[in-house]
Design a binder for this molecule. Structure first.
Ligand code: ADP
Ligand code: ASP
Ligand code: MG
Length: 444
């Protein structure tokens, strides 16, 4: 593949898309054509959860629990290998790889188990799924190249993707196979700045796809999953949701950040920076139009609603011992120093409300503010975010959105002439709020 001559497509398949023998065969059919492509695969559905559970048991020293779980998962994979291939040769190769992976896990039982070993455990799902698909393609006469993501996916010392390293190394690798057109690699896994195995956080295969799409200057980044595109409300909570056909990068990014699980929270940015369209497609219904995310979309409308759980709401009221600007400086300095993200902020005179999803350093940050302010902290909150073309010149939306929430106690509202209006409320009111916001008056 000569990247200076031709552009590739990125095709990322999530866990349910490769969740069974039949689904692996189906994905193989979808990718078996001459179009140049890099296929990014997740682990088979349920695997990363199972590996995380094994890691938790190993951390607690629960030897019998971990051993039982490892054996169950190993048996599941041996069954997949026994049913996926028609030749004994391919099944044998797959089984050998599976045994090797699980012997790594078994080697950890009863020994010191730190976050370094945990990351090795979590990486096995994607290493196995890509191997299974690659062997299946080979068996069916489709030529593909399996690329180890650990050779080019890397994070820097801040835990952020090392874009220069990724760009240089993935391009070099792909260009070294001038006659190959189908490449496969693992989503989610990477190495960190010390060279240890690491990952891009849960759901991170979407992020791998967009980082590689940006590095390869791909023609399109396709995210194949189990639903026909991004829906206008959370389909796990609201019953009558509809796919949204077009979104801007900014709209999609907000929805991903504020809880639309179909996309990893940060996966839109690399595509936006390179202006590469992202298409969300349904593996179960490949001809359905899905959602196209690009730099233009319909204007003048609310597009979708999402909700982010696990939010802490903090209210800081000045005791007037220092000027307001100094208090603000102390507050944001504390969050910045401890790398604690802030999602929403509302300031009124000497009262500041803000939200975060990271509690680790809150006692330290808030302890330093205690001499200067009265502080109250409430966990178990959610952010409900309404996204669309909500700039100030589009009159009427804000009124209809707020009106639909009249029966819901709201703690905080954030709007800054952007593409979202966000509301902070108690977790128990989330379902009611999402249902209220699905009314036709909001989406008209
Ligand atoms: P994958 O394993 O393919 O990465 P995910 O489970 O991460 O799939 O994402 C797809 C799921 O996201 C859907 O099955 C759906 O339940 C959930 N989801 C949450 N919010 C939305 C939304 N606004 N639109 C579509 N799907 C959503
Ligand atoms: N397998 C990983 C997870 O379950 C990554 C992904 O599926 O995107 O989180
Ligand atoms: Mg996902």
């Amino acid at each position: 593949m000569d990247l200076d001559q031709e552009k590739m497509k990125i095709m990322k398949f999530g866990g349910t898309s490769v969740g069974s023998v039949d689904m692996i065969k189906h994905v193989a059919r979808l990718i078996s054509n001459e179009e140049p492509k890099l296929v990014v695969l997740s682990a088979m559905s349920g695997t990363t959860n199972a590996l995380a559970e094994i890691a938790a048991k190993l951390t607690r020293g629960d030897v019998s629990g971990a051993t039982g779980d490892i054996e169950n998962l190993e048996n599941r994979y041996m069954e997949v290998a026994a049913n996926l291939y028609f030749s004994e040769g391919s099944a044998g190769k797959a089984k050998k790889h599976i045994l090797d992976s699980f012997s790594i896990l078994k080697g950890f039982v009863g020994h010191t188990f730190t976050y370094v070993e945990e990351k090795i455990v979590l990486a096995q799902g994607e290493l196995i799924s890509t191997m299974l698909l690659h062997l299946y393609l080979t068996e069916t006469g489709v030529h593909s190249t399996l690329l180890p993501a650990l050779d080019f996916m890397r994070t820097d010392k801040n835990g952020e993707p090392d874009m220069r390293f990724i760009h240089k190394n993935v391009r070099q690798t792909i260009n070294s196979y001038p006659h190959n057109r189908i490449f496969i690699t693992q989503g989610y896994i990477c190495r960190n700045a010390s060279g240890e195995i690491d990952n891009l956080q849960r759901g991170g295969s979407d992020y791998t796809a967009s980082l590689l799409g940006a590095a390869l200057n791909a023609s399109e980044i396709q995210i194949w999953t189990d639903i026909d595109g991004l829906h206008n409300n959370d389909p796990r909570i609201v019953s009558s949701t509809m796919p949204v056909r077009r979104l801007t990068f900014d709209e999609a990014s907000k929805l991903a950040h504020f809880g639309a699980k179909i996309l990893h929270p940060t996966c839109i940015l690399p595509a936006k920076q390179k202006n590469i369209p992202v298409r969300l497609l349904n593996t179960m219904d490949p001809s359905a139009p899905g959602t196209l995310i690009s730099n233009s979309a319909d204007t003048g409308r609310v597009k979708a609603v999402a909700a982010k759980d696990g939010v802490t709401h903090i209210k800081i009221r000045s005791l007037h011992k220092i000027p307001g600007y100094q208090l603000l400086d102390k507050i944001f300095h504390g969050f910045a120093r401890t790398h604690t993200p802030v999602d929403l902020v509302a300031i009124s005179d000497n009262e500041i409300s803000l939200t975060t999803d990271t509690r680790e350093y809150l006692p330290e940050i808030l302890g330093e503010l205690a001499p200067y302010a009265d502080i109250s902290v409430e966990d178990g909150m959610v952010i409900v975010c309404v996204v669309g073309d909500l700039i100030q010149s589009n009159k009427g939306f804000k009124h209809r959105i707020v009106d639909s929430l009249k029966g819901v106690p709201v703690r905080m509202i954030s709007y800054g002439d952007n593409c979202d209006v966000s509301f902070v409320m108690h977790q128990k009111d989330k379902k009611k709020a999402l249902e209220a916001l699905s009314s036709s008056s909001v989406f008209q």
